[in-house]
Write a protein that binds this ligand. Structure first.
Ligand code: ZN
Length: 275
């Protein structure tokens, strides 16, 4: 039985056809993630530390419980090597710059080095953490949380590039509609605006009125308990007074206080990371 489990695990991981000489030359454990890399991870210590923190950040900010299973993070030296691996091990999947795959076994995240490498790692690892714990996640919320957590912790609140156009649109009362996002159920049909709008609602729930964050946590707790959670749009409308105007106000006025910007961004150290 044990051998069978091990065999199926390796098959599911795409390792069955790997040659005896291992392609993964560096292996690190970061929280629930086992990172296997085709290149040395020296120089990526900050990213590895962020991965270890990602789960506790998700728990603290959105109430997502810790996963009970390991998550494989496979890191490729370049796009060519990544494509070659996909052709052999995941030929059924549509090509994406980075992937999160979950079937019977533990979730797997596949990312190759590129200018967006660290963003892709954090984005896909957020999906992996959500799906390691929750039986389902609405598509918009899945992507909104991944967009939020794809930036390093010190940039999430104030420095997401989505904020600029959302703030501009909010001045003309053009607000992302949560009810419309909730109707999306096909990720191949999502466009850039959907990711941005999903991020806006996640940002509002995390940094806006405390009732909104509590409703997000309550919604995810119901999902975790397999209690039908209903629609988050309706739950928020019932919990947060004047939801639409509070959402508009949040987008229009959200800005980092100057004293925080000064204190947290000493010259010569910003930005963090390896890119
Ligand atoms: Zn995503």
């Amino acid at each position: 039985m044990l051998a069978l489990l091990v065999a199926s695990f390796f098959a599911a991981s795409g390792w069955a056809a790997e040659p005896a000489t291992n392609r993964w030359i560096d292996v690190r454990v970061a929280g629930p993630f086992v990172c296997r890399s085709e290149f040395p991870l020296h120089g990526y210590e900050k990213l590895v530390t962020q991965l270890a923190r990602l789960q506790t950040d998700l728990a603290r900010l959105a109430g997502v419980p810790a996963p009970k299973e390991r998550i494989e993070l496979l890191l490729f030296r370049d796009e060519q090597s990544y494509r070659r691996y996909l052709q052999i091990h995941e030929p059924h999947l549509p090509y994406r710059r980075a992937l999160f795959v979950k079937d019977q076994g533990p979730g797997r995240v596949l990312v190759h080095r590129s200018p967006d490498f660290e963003v892709d790692v954090r984005h896909e690892c957020t999906h992996a953490l959500l799906h390691a714990t929750l039986p389902m996640v609405p598509l918009w919320l899945d992507e909104g949380l991944a967009e939020y957590f794809e930036l390093p912790p010190e940039k999430r609140a104030y420095d997401n590039p989505h904020l600029k156009s959302l703030r501009w649109n909010a001045r003309f009362n053009l607000l992302p509609k949560l009810e419309k996002l909730e109707q999306e159920d096909d990720f191949t049909k999502l466009i850039e605006k959907d990711y941005r709008d999903s991020w806006a609602w996640v940002h509002f729930m995390i940094h806006g009125p405390v009732e909104a964050r509590r409703e997000l946590a309550g919604f995810l707790a119901d999902v975790h308990a397999s209690t039908p959670p209903g629609r988050l749009s309706q739950r928020l409308a019932a919990r947060v007074p004047n939801l639409r105007s509070q959402f508009a106000q949040h987008l229009k006025t959200w800005k980092e206080p100057p004293q925080i910007r000064q204190a947290h961004k000493p010259k010569g150290i910003w930005p963090f990371g390896n890119r």
